[in-house]
Ligand binder design. Structure first.
Ligand SMILES: NC(=O)c1ccc[n+]([C@@H]2O[C@H](COP(=O)([O-])OP(=O)(O)OC[C@H]3O[C@@H](n4cnc5c(N)ncnc54)[C@H](O)[C@@H]3O)[C@@H](O)[C@H]2O)c1
Length: 236
């Protein structure tokens, strides 16, 4: 986004990580600020979005991306863990959307809201009930935003990645190996990448390309949609 000319606010509850990402963008000549916020905290989201707009002047594109994973079968899952995962994905998507729409509607920015869903917005896997449920819920939020936002020129879409080898996935490999009683290599080959057409991980660059495509699309023709980017793991 920054390479395409966007001024970017990196929002995360990991202040150091957000600052490092913003500095990396600035070093390459882009414009970026770091915003510290817990996306599940209503007051912090409002303050964070308002702060980003104050720093950068406007809000045209939102990527709702924060996420966590928790691996457990449903019969052993605590209500607290269920709520924690659903909150980071779905409650947070609502809070960020509401704060963003208030700016976009007031300033008629004809914005683009992009949710990071998952192939798990379309399919289920064992051991991931709260994640799968929340990621399915994001499709409903996106479609509602598309319908409400159209009159203001605001579009809303979901990117549904397959497995990307980020920290979130690295943590899951040993956890799934233990739960399923198989090796870590088998988790990668026979669980994560088994359904792909070529046995390859999706990359963060693939997801960034898709986000740029969605953000720059010129009309309401592309709204309320979900695009799966998964090396063919899920085809629709
Ligand atoms: N990695 C994958 O294979 C994959 C596949 C499909 C979808 N996704 C989705 O992509 C998104 C990004 O995941 P990732 O793989 O980069 O994971 P990651 O763990 O590398 O990054 C997640 C980020 O979210 C931040 N975060 C977590 N809870 C937060 C909170 N309460 N407030 C603010 N920030 C918070 C973390 O600090 C971290 O920077 C998530 O929504 C995830 O569900 C990932």
């Amino acid at each position: 986004m920054a390479r395409e000319g966007a001024c970017v606010a990196i929002a995360d509850f990991n202040a150091k990580g957000a600052a490092e990402a913003a500095e990396a963008i600035s070093r390459e000549g882009g414009t970026a600020v770091a915003v510290t916020m817990d996306v599940t905290n209503e007051a912090q989201v409002s303050a964070g979005v308002n702060g980003a707009v104050a720093a950068l002047g406007n809000l045209d594109i939102v990527v709702s991306n924060a996420g966590i994973q928790f691996i457990a079968p449903i019969h052993e899952l605590s209500y607290a863990d269920w709520r924690r995962v659903v909150s980071v994905h779905l409650d947070a998507a609502f809070l960020v959307t509401r704060a963003a729409l208030q700016h976009m509607y007031a300033h008629q920015t004809r914005g683009s809201i992009i949710y990071i869903g998952s192939v798990h917005s379309k399919e289920a896997s064992p051991l991931k009930a709260p994640y799968v449920s929340a990621k399915h819920g994001i499709l409903g939020l996106c479609r509602t935003v598309a319908k409400e936002g159209a009159q203001f020129g605001v579009r809303s879409n979901v990117i549904c990645p397959g497995f990307v080898r980020t920290a979130l996935v690295e943590r899951q490999i040993p956890e799934q190996a233990e739960q399923l009683g198989i090796s870590e290599a088998d988790v990668v080959k026979n669980v994560m990448l088994k359904g792909t057409v070529d046995g390859e991980f999706t990359t963060t660059a693939d997801i960034a390309e898709t986000a740029i495509f969605l953000a720059s699309f010129p009309s309401n023709a592309l709204t309320g949609q979900s695009i799966v980017v998964s090396h063919g793991w899920h085809m629709q």
